[in-house]
Design a protein around this ligand. Sequence first.
Ligand code: C5P
Length: 220
Amino acid sequence: MSLPPVIAIDGPTASGKGTVASLVAQKLGFHYLDSGALYRLVALASEKQGIDSKNGPELGLLIPKLLISFSNHQIFLNGEEVTDTIRTENIGLRASVVAVHPEVRLALVDLQRSFRQSPGLVADGRDMGSVIFPDAVLKVFLTATASARAERRYKQLIAKGISAKLSDLLQDLQERDARDSSRGAAPLIIAKDAKVLETSDLSIDQAVKTVLDCYQSSIA
Ligand code: C5P
């Protein structure tokens, strides 16, 4: 029996892939995997437990002990609701540090693949098409200029009532991009069979429609 189809949506920080991926999943009635949330959960759990973010082996051992669940747009870690806690810039930066370790990446592989359930999955992250779901029926690499991404992040934070400085956000995301692209284990790369979608001048609806159109052509 063939496995349920996967649409892999990868791209750099704040490229809009989370919003686009969850809307595509909603339109198709597919499951949705926000793989970045898993790295953020590891960042938060290790911070709480005082584990050094540079200690790959210890972080790798921590992961199987974590109780992670996603339910109704809420995320729980060891029974505690942490949906907003993991979205801070601090946790995002720490996530990009813990994500460098092969032990951490390996410990999250099965969990990520377990989201592949009928009728299908939309997965977003950095290595969905290149490593986790190499047989994805559609691979999209979503991107936008660093300044467009910083501006989007700035608007999101302000809308949530969180104060932010555009120049700090730009610097943070450039730092994260550099770390994600230069690491040895599963770096952020454009899978060779991925469709690149530059979203600086696209609305969310246009990006969602483009992905849906590509999916329809890939299964036709
Ligand atoms: O996508 P998001 O910003 O939530 O991801 C947080 C961090 O987790 C990223 O900066 C990246 O370092 C890491 N990550 C990863 N591989 C993924 C998803 C996220 O390395 N598939």
